[in-house]
Write a protein that binds this ligand. Structure first.
Ligand code: OSB
Ligand code: MG
Length: 369
Protein backbone atom coordinates (compact mmCIF):
# COMPACT_ATOMS: atom_id res chain seq x y z
CA UNK A 1 0.00 0.00 0.00
CA UNK A 2 1.52 3.31 -1.10
CA UNK A 3 1.11 6.17 1.34
CA UNK A 4 0.85 9.66 -0.13
CA UNK A 5 0.96 11.49 3.15
CA UNK A 6 -0.13 11.62 6.75
CA UNK A 7 -2.12 14.32 8.52
CA UNK A 8 -1.64 14.93 12.24
CA UNK A 9 -4.70 16.71 13.56
CA UNK A 10 -5.10 17.95 17.10
CA UNK A 11 -8.63 18.32 18.38
CA UNK A 12 -10.15 19.30 21.72
CA UNK A 13 -13.51 18.02 22.91
CA UNK A 14 -15.24 19.19 26.10
CA UNK A 15 -16.37 16.30 28.29
CA UNK A 16 -20.03 16.33 29.41
CA UNK A 17 -18.76 16.27 33.02
CA UNK A 18 -15.30 16.38 34.63
CA UNK A 19 -13.74 12.90 34.91
CA UNK A 20 -11.72 12.44 38.10
CA UNK A 21 -9.40 9.51 38.77
CA UNK A 22 -6.74 8.86 41.40
CA UNK A 23 -4.25 10.63 39.10
CA UNK A 24 -6.16 13.75 38.11
CA UNK A 25 -9.23 15.43 36.64
CA UNK A 26 -10.01 15.88 32.94
CA UNK A 27 -12.57 18.37 31.66
CA UNK A 28 -11.51 18.69 28.03
CA UNK A 29 -10.12 15.75 26.09
CA UNK A 30 -7.14 16.67 23.92
CA UNK A 31 -6.86 14.16 21.10
CA UNK A 32 -4.38 13.54 18.33
CA UNK A 33 -5.95 12.07 15.20
CA UNK A 34 -3.83 10.47 12.50
CA UNK A 35 -5.14 10.36 8.93
CA UNK A 36 -3.24 8.23 6.42
CA UNK A 37 -3.91 8.96 2.77
CA UNK A 38 -3.19 6.42 0.03
CA UNK A 39 -4.07 6.40 -3.66
CA UNK A 40 -7.16 4.27 -3.00
CA UNK A 41 -8.35 5.09 0.48
CA UNK A 42 -7.73 6.94 3.67
CA UNK A 43 -7.55 5.67 7.22
CA UNK A 44 -8.06 7.11 10.69
CA UNK A 45 -6.23 6.47 13.92
CA UNK A 46 -6.73 7.97 17.38
CA UNK A 47 -3.95 8.48 19.89
CA UNK A 48 -5.27 7.89 23.41
CA UNK A 49 -2.46 9.67 25.25
CA UNK A 50 -3.78 12.15 27.82
CA UNK A 51 -2.77 15.80 27.93
CA UNK A 52 -0.38 15.11 30.81
CA UNK A 53 1.82 12.06 31.52
CA UNK A 54 -0.10 10.76 34.55
CA UNK A 55 -1.92 7.59 33.47
CA UNK A 56 1.27 6.57 31.69
CA UNK A 57 4.46 8.33 30.62
CA UNK A 58 2.87 9.32 27.31
CA UNK A 59 1.18 12.65 26.68
CA UNK A 60 -0.38 14.08 23.59
CA UNK A 61 2.25 16.73 22.72
CA UNK A 62 4.99 14.12 23.14
CA UNK A 63 3.08 11.64 20.99
CA UNK A 64 2.64 14.26 18.26
CA UNK A 65 6.35 15.03 18.32
CA UNK A 66 7.60 11.44 18.29
CA UNK A 67 5.27 10.53 15.42
CA UNK A 68 6.35 13.56 13.37
CA UNK A 69 10.06 13.48 14.18
CA UNK A 70 10.81 9.74 14.32
CA UNK A 71 7.99 7.39 13.35
CA UNK A 72 6.85 8.97 10.10
CA UNK A 73 10.42 9.39 8.78
CA UNK A 74 11.08 5.71 9.62
CA UNK A 75 7.99 4.63 7.69
CA UNK A 76 8.58 7.07 4.84
CA UNK A 77 11.85 5.32 3.97
CA UNK A 78 9.69 3.18 1.73
CA UNK A 79 6.32 4.44 0.58
CA UNK A 80 5.00 0.90 0.31
CA UNK A 81 3.68 -0.07 3.73
CA UNK A 82 1.66 -2.92 5.15
CA UNK A 83 0.01 -2.78 8.59
CA UNK A 84 2.13 -5.73 9.72
CA UNK A 85 5.31 -3.71 9.01
CA UNK A 86 4.49 -0.80 11.31
CA UNK A 87 5.44 -2.27 14.70
CA UNK A 88 8.59 -4.07 13.42
CA UNK A 89 9.80 -0.90 11.68
CA UNK A 90 9.27 1.21 14.80
CA UNK A 91 10.79 -1.32 17.17
CA UNK A 92 14.15 0.49 17.32
CA UNK A 93 12.33 3.30 19.11
CA UNK A 94 11.56 2.45 22.72
CA UNK A 95 8.23 3.03 24.36
CA UNK A 96 5.52 5.34 23.02
CA UNK A 97 2.97 2.54 22.52
CA UNK A 98 0.03 5.00 22.23
CA UNK A 99 1.78 6.96 19.50
CA UNK A 100 2.69 3.75 17.66
CA UNK A 101 -0.84 2.41 18.06
CA UNK A 102 -2.39 5.53 16.51
CA UNK A 103 -0.19 5.25 13.44
CA UNK A 104 -0.77 1.51 13.08
CA UNK A 105 -4.52 1.99 13.48
CA UNK A 106 -4.67 4.58 10.69
CA UNK A 107 -2.65 2.36 8.33
CA UNK A 108 -4.76 -0.66 9.24
CA UNK A 109 -7.95 1.31 8.61
CA UNK A 110 -6.73 2.50 5.20
CA UNK A 111 -5.62 -1.00 4.23
CA UNK A 112 -8.80 -2.74 5.40
CA UNK A 113 -10.98 -0.12 3.68
CA UNK A 114 -9.19 -0.69 0.40
CA UNK A 115 -9.69 -4.45 0.82
CA UNK A 116 -13.35 -4.09 1.82
CA UNK A 117 -12.83 -5.74 5.22
CA UNK A 118 -14.11 -4.47 8.58
CA UNK A 119 -12.06 -4.33 11.78
CA UNK A 120 -14.46 -6.83 13.28
CA UNK A 121 -13.96 -9.31 10.42
CA UNK A 122 -10.22 -8.84 10.35
CA UNK A 123 -9.77 -9.19 14.12
CA UNK A 124 -12.11 -12.17 14.35
CA UNK A 125 -15.11 -10.71 16.13
CA UNK A 126 -18.02 -13.07 16.62
CA UNK A 127 -20.92 -10.89 17.74
CA UNK A 128 -22.63 -7.81 16.32
CA UNK A 129 -23.17 -5.99 19.59
CA UNK A 130 -21.22 -5.84 22.84
CA UNK A 131 -22.35 -5.14 26.42
CA UNK A 132 -21.48 -1.67 27.68
CA UNK A 133 -20.14 -0.84 31.10
CA UNK A 134 -19.46 2.64 32.39
CA UNK A 135 -16.55 4.07 34.33
CA UNK A 136 -17.68 6.46 37.07
CA UNK A 137 -15.18 9.05 38.28
CA UNK A 138 -14.42 10.13 41.84
CA UNK A 139 -17.01 12.67 43.01
CA UNK A 140 -17.16 15.43 45.60
CA UNK A 141 -19.73 13.57 47.68
CA UNK A 142 -21.40 10.18 48.04
CA UNK A 143 -24.73 11.80 47.15
CA UNK A 144 -23.30 12.98 43.85
CA UNK A 145 -21.89 9.51 43.18
CA UNK A 146 -25.24 7.82 43.84
CA UNK A 147 -26.97 10.25 41.47
CA UNK A 148 -24.43 9.51 38.75
CA UNK A 149 -24.72 5.73 39.17
CA UNK A 150 -28.51 6.01 39.25
CA UNK A 151 -28.44 7.88 35.95
CA UNK A 152 -26.22 5.28 34.26
CA UNK A 153 -28.26 2.35 35.56
CA UNK A 154 -31.48 3.88 34.32
CA UNK A 155 -29.90 4.32 30.89
CA UNK A 156 -29.23 0.57 30.91
CA UNK A 157 -25.50 0.23 31.49
CA UNK A 158 -24.86 -3.37 32.46
CA UNK A 159 -21.80 -2.82 34.62
CA UNK A 160 -20.57 -0.03 36.86
CA UNK A 161 -16.90 0.67 37.50
CA UNK A 162 -16.09 3.03 40.34
CA UNK A 163 -12.82 4.90 40.34
CA UNK A 164 -11.24 4.64 43.79
CA UNK A 165 -8.32 6.09 45.73
CA UNK A 166 -7.36 6.08 49.43
CA UNK A 167 -10.19 7.91 51.19
CA UNK A 168 -12.71 7.19 48.40
CA UNK A 169 -13.08 3.45 48.42
CA UNK A 170 -14.92 1.31 51.01
CA UNK A 171 -17.56 3.92 51.83
CA UNK A 172 -18.24 4.67 48.16
CA UNK A 173 -18.61 0.99 47.28
CA UNK A 174 -20.74 0.33 50.37
CA UNK A 175 -23.06 3.21 49.48
CA UNK A 176 -23.55 1.98 45.91
CA UNK A 177 -24.23 -1.59 47.09
CA UNK A 178 -26.58 -0.36 49.78
CA UNK A 179 -28.59 1.80 47.40
CA UNK A 180 -28.65 -0.35 44.25
CA UNK A 181 -28.40 -3.86 45.65
CA UNK A 182 -26.30 -6.96 45.12
CA UNK A 183 -27.37 -7.64 41.54
CA UNK A 184 -25.51 -4.69 40.03
CA UNK A 185 -22.32 -5.86 38.30
CA UNK A 186 -19.80 -3.71 40.14
CA UNK A 187 -16.02 -3.29 39.96
CA UNK A 188 -13.41 -0.73 41.04
CA UNK A 189 -10.34 0.85 39.46
CA UNK A 190 -7.53 2.30 41.59
CA UNK A 191 -5.13 3.38 38.83
CA UNK A 192 -2.10 2.38 40.96
CA UNK A 193 -3.14 4.48 43.99
CA UNK A 194 -2.46 1.85 46.69
CA UNK A 195 0.56 0.06 48.20
CA UNK A 196 0.81 -3.37 49.75
CA UNK A 197 0.56 -1.78 53.20
CA UNK A 198 -3.02 -0.81 52.28
CA UNK A 199 -3.94 -4.50 52.34
CA UNK A 200 -6.39 -4.10 55.23
CA UNK A 201 -8.37 -1.43 53.40
CA UNK A 202 -8.40 -3.39 50.16
CA UNK A 203 -9.51 -6.54 52.00
CA UNK A 204 -12.60 -4.67 53.23
CA UNK A 205 -13.74 -4.52 49.60
CA UNK A 206 -14.07 -8.33 49.68
CA UNK A 207 -17.38 -7.88 51.49
CA UNK A 208 -19.04 -6.33 48.42
CA UNK A 209 -18.82 -9.14 45.87
CA UNK A 210 -16.99 -7.06 43.27
CA UNK A 211 -16.26 -8.49 39.83
CA UNK A 212 -12.67 -7.34 40.17
CA UNK A 213 -10.31 -4.69 41.46
CA UNK A 214 -8.35 -3.01 38.69
CA UNK A 215 -4.68 -2.07 39.06
CA UNK A 216 -4.45 -1.40 42.81
CA UNK A 217 -0.62 -1.21 42.87
CA UNK A 218 2.01 0.51 40.68
CA UNK A 219 2.46 -0.79 37.16
CA UNK A 220 5.90 -2.29 37.76
CA UNK A 221 4.79 -4.21 40.87
CA UNK A 222 3.76 -7.58 39.46
CA UNK A 223 5.07 -9.36 42.53
CA UNK A 224 3.04 -7.10 44.80
CA UNK A 225 -0.10 -7.91 42.81
CA UNK A 226 0.70 -11.63 43.07
CA UNK A 227 1.03 -11.28 46.86
CA UNK A 228 -2.17 -9.25 47.06
CA UNK A 229 -3.99 -11.88 45.01
CA UNK A 230 -3.28 -14.50 47.66
CA UNK A 231 -4.75 -12.21 50.36
CA UNK A 232 -7.89 -10.98 48.61
CA UNK A 233 -11.05 -12.77 47.57
CA UNK A 234 -11.77 -10.11 44.92
CA UNK A 235 -10.07 -10.99 41.60
CA UNK A 236 -7.25 -8.68 40.51
CA UNK A 237 -7.38 -7.24 37.00
CA UNK A 238 -4.34 -5.46 35.59
CA UNK A 239 -4.57 -2.45 33.30
CA UNK A 240 -1.41 -0.26 33.42
CA UNK A 241 0.91 -3.28 33.99
CA UNK A 242 -0.14 -5.08 30.81
CA UNK A 243 1.90 -3.55 28.01
CA UNK A 244 2.31 -6.56 25.68
CA UNK A 245 1.32 -10.19 25.19
CA UNK A 246 4.53 -11.15 26.96
CA UNK A 247 3.73 -9.07 30.02
CA UNK A 248 0.22 -10.54 30.06
CA UNK A 249 1.61 -14.09 29.97
CA UNK A 250 4.12 -13.25 32.72
CA UNK A 251 1.47 -11.64 34.95
CA UNK A 252 -0.87 -14.60 34.53
CA UNK A 253 1.78 -17.22 35.23
CA UNK A 254 2.98 -15.28 38.32
CA UNK A 255 -0.56 -15.16 39.66
CA UNK A 256 -0.58 -11.34 39.53
CA UNK A 257 -3.80 -11.11 37.53
CA UNK A 258 -6.83 -13.28 36.85
CA UNK A 259 -8.65 -10.89 34.50
CA UNK A 260 -7.06 -8.54 31.95
CA UNK A 261 -8.09 -5.08 30.74
CA UNK A 262 -7.02 -4.67 27.10
CA UNK A 263 -6.56 -1.18 25.67
CA UNK A 264 -5.14 -1.12 22.15
CA UNK A 265 -3.35 2.19 22.77
CA UNK A 266 -1.58 1.02 25.91
CA UNK A 267 -0.16 -2.06 24.19
CA UNK A 268 0.99 -0.50 20.90
CA UNK A 269 -1.99 -1.29 18.71
CA UNK A 270 -4.78 -3.65 17.70
CA UNK A 271 -2.44 -6.38 16.46
CA UNK A 272 -0.77 -6.68 19.88
CA UNK A 273 -4.18 -6.31 21.56
CA UNK A 274 -5.37 -9.38 19.69
CA UNK A 275 -2.27 -11.33 20.76
CA UNK A 276 -3.11 -10.46 24.37
CA UNK A 277 -6.66 -11.65 23.81
CA UNK A 278 -5.29 -14.92 22.48
CA UNK A 279 -2.72 -15.50 25.23
CA UNK A 280 -5.38 -14.81 27.88
CA UNK A 281 -7.82 -17.18 26.18
CA UNK A 282 -5.14 -19.89 26.19
CA UNK A 283 -4.87 -19.43 29.96
CA UNK A 284 -8.64 -19.25 30.52
CA UNK A 285 -8.26 -15.66 31.68
CA UNK A 286 -11.22 -13.46 30.71
CA UNK A 287 -10.57 -10.06 29.18
CA UNK A 288 -12.53 -6.85 28.68
CA UNK A 289 -11.92 -3.74 26.64
CA UNK A 290 -10.76 -0.67 28.53
CA UNK A 291 -11.35 2.88 27.39
CA UNK A 292 -9.50 6.18 27.34
CA UNK A 293 -12.47 8.52 26.79
CA UNK A 294 -12.06 8.02 23.03
CA UNK A 295 -13.88 9.90 20.31
CA UNK A 296 -15.94 7.85 17.87
CA UNK A 297 -12.79 6.95 15.92
CA UNK A 298 -11.03 5.11 18.73
CA UNK A 299 -14.35 3.87 20.09
CA UNK A 300 -15.19 2.16 16.78
CA UNK A 301 -11.95 0.18 16.95
CA UNK A 302 -12.42 -0.71 20.61
CA UNK A 303 -15.95 -1.97 20.04
CA UNK A 304 -14.75 -4.15 17.14
CA UNK A 305 -12.02 -5.58 19.39
CA UNK A 306 -14.57 -6.23 22.14
CA UNK A 307 -16.51 -8.47 19.74
CA UNK A 308 -13.83 -11.19 20.00
CA UNK A 309 -14.87 -14.32 21.90
CA UNK A 310 -12.73 -13.99 25.04
CA UNK A 311 -14.12 -10.54 25.82
CA UNK A 312 -16.53 -12.11 28.27
CA UNK A 313 -16.86 -9.14 30.63
CA UNK A 314 -18.52 -5.81 29.72
CA UNK A 315 -15.97 -3.17 28.74
CA UNK A 316 -15.63 0.58 29.15
CA UNK A 317 -17.26 0.73 25.74
CA UNK A 318 -19.88 3.28 26.73
CA UNK A 319 -22.11 5.21 24.35
CA UNK A 320 -20.71 8.44 22.89
CA UNK A 321 -23.03 10.65 24.96
CA UNK A 322 -21.45 9.42 28.21
CA UNK A 323 -18.43 11.51 27.16
CA UNK A 324 -19.40 14.11 24.55
CA UNK A 325 -22.49 16.11 23.66
CA UNK A 326 -21.41 16.07 20.02
CA UNK A 327 -18.96 13.40 18.89
CA UNK A 328 -16.96 13.81 15.67
CA UNK A 329 -18.51 10.62 14.25
CA UNK A 330 -22.15 9.57 14.30
CA UNK A 331 -22.64 8.64 17.96
CA UNK A 332 -22.53 5.12 19.35
CA UNK A 333 -25.79 4.64 21.21
CA UNK A 334 -26.94 2.34 23.97
CA UNK A 335 -29.61 -0.26 23.10
CA UNK A 336 -30.59 -2.59 25.92
CA UNK A 337 -27.20 -2.06 27.53
CA UNK A 338 -25.28 -2.83 24.35
CA UNK A 339 -23.50 -0.92 21.59
CA UNK A 340 -23.45 -2.07 17.98
CA UNK A 341 -20.22 -3.26 16.38
CA UNK A 342 -19.59 -1.27 13.18
CA UNK A 343 -19.95 -3.43 10.10
CA UNK A 344 -18.54 -1.10 7.43
CA UNK A 345 -15.07 -1.33 5.91
CA UNK A 346 -12.14 -0.55 8.19
CA UNK A 347 -13.30 0.99 11.47
CA UNK A 348 -16.64 1.55 9.78
CA UNK A 349 -17.11 5.17 10.82
CA UNK A 350 -16.06 8.51 9.39
CA UNK A 351 -15.75 11.85 11.15
CA UNK A 352 -18.16 14.60 10.14
CA UNK A 353 -15.94 17.22 8.42
CA UNK A 354 -17.77 20.22 9.90
CA UNK A 355 -17.75 18.89 13.47
CA UNK A 356 -14.14 17.84 13.05
CA UNK A 357 -13.13 21.31 11.87
CA UNK A 358 -15.03 22.95 14.70
CA UNK A 359 -12.99 20.96 17.25
CA UNK A 360 -9.65 21.22 15.46
CA UNK A 361 -6.83 23.12 17.13
CA UNK A 362 -4.09 22.43 14.58
CA UNK A 363 -3.26 20.25 11.59
CA UNK A 364 -0.03 19.38 9.85
CA UNK A 365 0.43 17.44 6.63
CA UNK A 366 3.51 15.34 6.05
CA UNK A 367 3.92 14.36 2.43
CA UNK A 368 5.54 11.03 1.52
CA UNK A 369 6.27 12.07 -2.06
O1 OSB B 1 -7.84 3.37 33.95
O2 OSB B 1 -9.41 2.75 32.68
C1 OSB B 1 -8.68 3.64 33.10
C2 OSB B 1 -9.74 6.91 31.48
C3 OSB B 1 -8.52 7.54 31.30
C4 OSB B 1 -7.39 6.90 31.76
C5 OSB B 1 -7.47 5.65 32.38
C6 OSB B 1 -8.69 5.02 32.53
C7 OSB B 1 -9.85 5.69 32.11
C8 OSB B 1 -11.19 5.17 32.30
C9 OSB B 1 -12.25 5.65 31.34
O3 OSB B 1 -11.51 4.45 33.21
C10 OSB B 1 -12.92 4.55 30.67
C11 OSB B 1 -13.74 5.03 29.50
O4 OSB B 1 -13.18 5.41 28.46
O5 OSB B 1 -14.97 4.99 29.63
MG1 MG C 1 -7.93 1.32 34.49
Amino acid sequence: MKIEGIELRRIEMPLVAPFRTSFGTETVKKILLVRVVTAHSQGWGECVADAIPSYSSEYVDGATNVIRDYFIPALAQSRDIDMWDVAPRLRTYKGHPMAKAALEMAIMDAQLRSRGVSFRQFLGGTVDRVPAGVSVGIMDSIGQLLDAVDGYLSQGYVRIKLKIEPGWDVAAVAAVRERFGDDVALQVDANTAYRLHDLRTLAKLDAFDLLLIEQPLPEDDLRGHATLATELKTPICLDESIVSAKSAADAIVMGATSVVNIKPGRVGGFLEARRIHDVCAAHDVPVWCGGMLESGIGRAGNIALASLPNFTLPGDTSASDRYYTTDITPPFVLHEGHVTVPGGDGIGVEPDPAILDKNTVSTEWISFT
